[in-house]
Design a protein around this ligand. Structure first.
Ligand code: ATP
Length: 325
């Protein structure tokens, strides 16, 4: 009932009477009062005025199921929301839940990751309460070969969500980093369990730096947070909602062709490397060229002095000639 109560308080412009809440939820006044007390204990500031009722004045930066469910506007993402105080990694947790039969659309969220992961076995710095660490579980009917493009679909959703929430420029460093002011604010890690021609499940992990005031030495020069960029401590639940609402729209477009045909133009418009000189850190042989945007399959087109090369996601990192972007 907590999520519904919170939603009712949010919906009401002003006070909502205890009587109305009792009728709506079919419970006693004492039961409503008990829930209000628990919400206050959890950090919600709720005013209670005689003859008028209750009013929500302030909500904490909560990542509890009830908070997320009370503001949920998505259609299927977050049908099940599972929140943890601490996990190894939300991707690992989501994979376990997938094996246990949790459905498509399940969202796993944690306050802290002990062993957050990036691509190719690298780490993701995820201190308690500072960021958004979440994973979406998908059980889609798509070819395994098409799954890696979902990283780019997610990157678009995060970019659009953060732009709308902050009103600031946010861009994508191909394929999976979201950047503000030339620094990385978000990373995305997509992992899949599949047979040769059948996807069991896909997990899309998204880590966003929200409240961080600093970063450890080795990433300090290339990492940033929403707080460092804007001076604002954004509520994480609201950001999460902004992102998944957009993801659903982009995902529908992706599913029509099972590639990025319908999203290429928008993705390229977000690309911070577009028409810039980049260094492709190919383990076999690094090379430089001009980034010319993505193909409908999500490869980065790089024009070198001799030819156009297509860089596939997963293989390599791309850097600016003089730094991270
Ligand atoms: P790149 O393309 O920049 O080489 P990547 O896409 O291969 O990166 P990711 O998997 O997105 O890498 O993220 C892992 C890397 O991101 C780490 O190796 C580290 O450099 C950096 N990193 C780790 N934690 C954070 C964080 N909280 N914010 C920004 N960057 C981070």
């Amino acid at each position: 009932m907590k999520a519904e109560l919170l939603a009712a308080l949010r919906e009401a412009e002003e006070y909502v009477s205890g009587q109305e809440l009792c009728e709506r939820f079919g419970v006693s006044r004492t039961a409503v009062w008990k829930e209000i007390r628990q919400l206050r204990e959890a950090g919600y500031r709720i005013e209670a005025v005689q003859n008028r009722g209750y009013r929500l004045c302030e909500a904490p930066d909560s990542l509890e199921e009830s908070e997320l469910e009370s503001i949920r506007r998505t259609t299927w993402v977050g049908d099940r929301i599972v929140c943890f105080k601490e996990v190894d990694s939300t991707n690992t947790k989501a994979k376990q839940l997938a094996e246990e039969g949790y459905p498509n659309g399940t969202l796993v969220i944690a306050e802290q990751q002990r062993a957050g992961r990036g691509r190719r076995g690298r780490g993701w710095e995820a201190p308690a309460g500072a960021g958004i660490y979440m994973t979406l579980l998908l059980k889609p009917e798509i070819e395994p070969d098409n799954a890696s493009m979902l990283t780019l679909v997610s990157a678009l959703a995060v970019t659009a969500g953060l732009r709308s929430a902050t009103g600031r420029p946010v861009g994508i460093k191909w394929p999976n980093d979201i950047v503000m002011n030339g620094k990385k604010i978000c990373g995305i890690l997509t992992e899949m369990s599949a047979q040769v021609d059948y996807v069991n499940h896909i997990v899309i992990g998204i880590g966003i730096n929200v409240h961080n005031e600093s970063f450890p030495g080795e990433i300090a020069h290339m990492a940033t947070s929403l707080y460092l960029e804007t001076g604002v401590h954004y509520q994480r639940a609201a950001l999460i909602e902004e992102i998944w609402e957009r993801f659903e729209r982009y995902y529908d477009i992706f599913m029509q062709t099972q590639d990025l045909t319908g999203l290429t133009r928008e993705y390229n418009a977000c690309l911070v490397n577009l028409h810039q000189e980049v260094k492709v850190l190919d383990p076999k042989e690094p090379y430089e060229g001009k980034a010319m945007g993505i193909t409908p399959r999500g490869e980065l087109m790089v024009d070198t002095w001799e030819s156009r090369r297509l860089v596939s996601t997963g293989e390599v990192s791309v850097r600016g000639i003089y730094g991270y972007v």
